[in-house]
Design a binder for this molecule. Structure first.
Ligand SMILES: Cc1ncc(C[n+]2csc(CCOP(=O)(O)OP(=O)(O)O)c2C)c(N)n1
Length: 638
C-alpha cells in the first residue's frame, strides 16, 4: 500500500500494475463519453491520463471529503482534457463514473466540456489556456498564508507554454520559493494546427530551468517513472519543480497516436468500436445512450467558503481625509485592517506600483503578506483569484487600465470560479491626469457590467473611500473599487459638515442624496461629484433647485432611485467614464425597464483626451463645475 502524499520514493509492482489497468479502463471511459457526446477532446485526454492517475491516486486528497481544508490542490490547466479528468476522478471515487460518461457535455450536467469547480476534485475552472499555473501559484501562496501547508500540483499542456502568463507565473513561483508547487507538463508535441515545434517552438525544460525551477524529464506513460519524478519533485524543499512528461497524443489507440486530428474530434461509432477492441474493452456506448436520456443524479456540491473575517484596528477621524486623494484613503483602510488583526490570512498583490496605489504602508506592516508580482498583471489577476477562494483575504491594487482593461478575461474567469477578490483600481478616468490616453481607464463600469458576479464601488471622496473599503473588506464575491488619482475635497452638506462624516455608514447600493430640489435631477458617480454639487449650489443661489444623487454602486441601483427618477422633470448623469457604458447606461436601463417616462441625459467622456493636469482635462471634457452647469442649462434652456 503506497501512502498518499508522495512520501514514498517509488511504488511497488502490484500498485503499478493496478494503475496500468486503471489507465486502460480510463482510456475506454474517455472514448465512450466523447463518442456519446460526439464532441470533446480525446487526444490530449489520452496523453495526460497517467499524469492524472498518478496525481489523484497519490496526492493528499480524500474522495470521500473532496473539500477538506488541508487537501492538496490539483489544478488541470489544459481544461479541454476534461474527459481524462472525469474518467480518473470517477475511478478514484469522487463521483460515480457512469454519471460523467452518460452526461458529459450535456446541458444541465456539471460535466462540462472544460473542467469547472462544480465538479468534486476540480479546484479551478480552466479552458482559457495559460492560466492554470497562476492559479497553482495562488494556491501555493495560500497554503503558506493560511499556515495549513498543503501541496499544489498543476498539470499543463505543451501547447499552452506559448502563453506569456505562464512565464509570469513561473517567475513568481521561483521568486517566492514555492517549493510545495509541482508542475507536470504533458509534452505530447501536438496541438490543433499540428506539431507544437512548428506552431510555436518552445523549449519547455529550458524555460523552467532558466527561471530557477528544478526540472525532471520522464516518460509520461510510465506510471512508475512518473510517480518517482513527482515524489522527487515533492522532496525538493528548495524550489518548485517541473516534471516534463514526454507523452503521445491519442496514446493507446494506434490510429489516434500522434494525430492532431483527434485533439478535438470525437470518434465515429465505427472508429470507437475499433479503438475499444484495441484496448481490449467492450464497446458500451449504446448502453450509455439510454442513461443519457435519464436525468443526471445530483453530485455533491462544493460548500460555500466565505473569505475570512477582518477586524479593523482603530478607525480614523474624518479630519484625516480632508486634504487627500481616494487612493490614500484606501491605503489607510488597508493599513488599519492589517493592524487590526495580525493573525488573519491576508494577501496584498502589487504590480510594481505600490507607491502610486498606496499599498506601501501595508507592505511595511506585513511584508510577509505582500506579494510583488512585477509587471505581470495577467498572472497577478489569477493568483489573486485563487488566493481569495482559499481562506485568504485578498486585495489587488493597480491602475484601472492594468487591473481591469489589461486583464479582462482573467477577471471574467475569476467570476466563473466564484472568487472573493477585492480589486482596487486607482488612476481611473481622465483623473489619471498627465499620463494621457494610454492610461485613461474610462470603461471600468462597462467592463464589469458584462460579468455576472462583479460589483463595482465608485466612491465620491476620500472619506467615503475609507468607509466603503472597511465596510466591504470581508464580503463574499468580487468587488472592484474604482477611484481617481487627484486630491479631492470632501463632499459637504449645505452647512459645510462632511457628508460622509460621523454617523455615515457605507451601504452597497445606496444613493446619497446630497442636495434636494424639484427642478431636475443630477446623478453623479465618483470624482466629479464635487463639480456637480458646486454647479447645483450656484444654481440654487439663482432659485433653480436641483436634486443631486451621488451613486457609488452603479451596477446595483436602489428602488428609491427609481422613485426619484419618476418624479423628476429630467435626469442628467455626470461621470468621468465613457458616457455610454457607465452610470448613464445603468440609469437609462432602469428608466426603460420600469417605464419611468423621463429623459435621461448623458454627460460623460466622449473620447480619449491628451495629457495634462486633471483639472484641465476635466474643464475640456465639461466635467468641472462650469461644464456641469452648462450641461444643466442646456437642458433647462437657460
Ligand atoms: C487562451 C486560449 N487560446 C486558444 C484556445 C483554443 N485552443 C484550445 S486547445 C488549443 C491548443 C491545444 O494544444 P495543447 O494544449 O497542447 O493540447 P493537446 O492537443 O495536447 O490536447 C487551443 C489553441 C484556448 N483554449 N485558450
Amino acid at each position: 500500500m503506497v501512502p498518499r502524499g508522495f512520501t514514498s520514493p517509488t511504488i511497488d509492482a502490484a500498485t503499478a500494475a493496478r494503475l496500468e489497468d486503471l489507465a486502460r479502463e480510463a482510456r475506454g471511459a474517455v472514448l465512450t463519453m466523447t463518442t456519446l457526446a460526439q464532441s470533446g477532446h480525446p487526444g490530449g485526454s489520452l496523453s495526460s491520463l497517467e499524469i492524472f492517475l498518478v496525481l489523484w491516486s497519490f496526492a493528499n486528497v480524500d474522495p470521500a471529503d473532496p473539500w477538506r481544508a488541508d487537501r492538496d490542490r490539483i489544478v488541470v490547466s489544459h481544461g479541454h482534457t476534461s474527459p481524462g479528468v472525469y474518467a480518473v476522478l470517477g475511478q478514484t471515487g469522487f463521483f460515480p463514473l457512469d454519471e460523467a460518461i452518460a452526461h458529459f457535455r450535456q446541458a444541465g450536467s456539471p460535466f462540462e466540456g472544460h473542467v469547472e469547480r462544480s465538479v468534486p476534485g476540480v479546484e479551478w475552472g480552466t479552458g482559457n489556456l495559460g492560466q492554470g499555473l497562476s492559479a497553482g501559484v495562488g494556491f501555493a501562496l495560500a497554503s503558506r498564508a493560511t499556515g495549513i501547508g498543503w501541496k499544489t500540483f498543476v498539470a499543463m499542456s505543451d501547447g499552452e507554454q506559448h502563453k506569456g502568463q505562464v512565464a509570469e507565473a513561473r517567475r513568481l513561483a521561483a521568486k517566492e520559493d514555492l517549493a510545495d508547487l509541482t508542475v507536470v507538463v504533458d509534452m505530447n508535441g501536438i496541438q490543433i494546427s499540428g506539431k507544437t515545434s512548428e506552431v510555436m517552438p518552445v523549449d519547455v525544460a529550458r524555460d523552467f530551468a532558466a527561471d530557477g525551477w528544478g526540472v525532471i524529464e520522464v516518460d509520461g506513460h510510465d506510471v512508475v517513472a512518473l510517480y518517482e519524478a513527482i515524489a522527487q519533485a515533492c522532496s525538493d524543499v528548495e524550489r518548485p519543480v517541473a516534471v516534463v512528461a514526454h507523452t503521445v497524443i491519442g496514446k493507446g489507440v494506434s490510429f489516434m497516436e500522434g494525430q492532431a486530428e483527434y485533439h478535438g474530434r470525437a470518434l465515429t461509432t465505427e472508429e470507437y468500436v475499433r479503438a475499444m477492441q484495441e484496448l481490449g474493452l467492450e464497446p458500451v456506448v449504446e448502453r450509455y445512450r439510454e442513461s443519457r436520456r435519464v436525468p443526471i443524479r445530483a453530485i455533491r456540491e462544493r460548500p460555500a467558503l466565505r473569505p475570512p473575517a477582518l477586524v479593523v484596528g482603530s478607525r480614523r477621524a474624518w479630519t484625516d481625509f480632508s486634504d487627500t486623494d481616494c487612493r490614500s484613503a484606501w491605503g489607510a483602510a488597508l493599513a488599519d485592517l492589517a493592524a487590526g488583526d495580525p493573525g488573519t490570512p491576508l494577501a496584498v498583490l502589487d504590480c510594481d506600483l505600490a507607491a502610486s496605489v498606496k499599498t506601501e504602508a501595508f507592505a511595511r506592516l506585513r511584508p510577509d503578506r505582500f506579494v510583488q508580482c512585477g509587471v505581470g498583471e495577467h498572472n497577478a489577476a489569477t493568483v489573486a483569484g485563487a488566493l481569495s477562494v482559499s481562506g485568504v483575504a485578498t486585495f489587488w491594487a493597480d491602475f484601472g487600465v492594468f487591473g481591469a482593461d489589461e486583464v479582462y478575461n482573467q477577471q471574467r474567469l475569476n467570476d466563473v470560479n466564484g472568487t472573493h477578490l477585492r480589486l482596487v483600481l486607482t488612476h481611473c478616468g481622465l483623473d489619471v491626469g498627465e499620463d494621457g490616453k494610454t492610461h485613461q481607464c474610462l470603461d471600468y463600469v462597462g467592463l464589469f457590467r458584462n460579468l455576472f458576479g462583479w460589483r463595482v464601488v465608485v466612491p465620491a471622496d476620500p472619506l467615503q473611500t475609507y468607509k466603503a473599503v472597511l465596510a466591504l473588506a470581508d464580503e463574499p464575491g468580487n468587488i472592484a473599487f474604482a477611484m481617481g488619482r487627484s486630491k479631492i475635497p470632501l463632499l459637504r452638506t449645505p452647512d459645510g459638515a462632511p457628508w460622509f462624516g460621523d454617523g455615515y455608514e457605507f451601504r452597497y447600493g445606496r444613493v446619497d442624496w446630497v442636495r434636494e430640489g424639484t427642478d431636475g435631477l443630477v446623478l453623479v458617480m465618483g470624482t466629479p461629484a464635487g463639480s456637480a454639487i458646486e454647479a447645483v449650489d450656484a444654481l440654487a443661489a439663482e432659485s433653480v433647485r436641483i436634486s443631486v444623487g451621488v451613486v457609488s454602486s452603479p451596477l446595483d441601483l436602489p428602488d428609491d432611485l427609481a422613485e426619484a427618477i419618476a418624479a423628476a422633470p429630467w435626469v442628467l448623469c455626470i461621470e468621468d467614464h465613457h458616457w455610454r457604458t457607465g452610470l448613464w447606461a445603468s440609469v437609462a436601463e432602469m428608466t426603460a425597464r420600469r417605464a419611468l417616462g423621463v429623459r435621461v441625459h448623458p454627460h460623460g467622456v466622449t473620447g480619449y483626451q491628451g495629457s495634462g493636469p486633471a483639472r484641465d482635462l476635466y474643464a475640456a471634457a465639461g466635467l468641472d463645475a462650469q461644464g456641469v452647469r452648462s450641461a444643466i442649462e442646456a437642458i433647462i434652456g437657460a
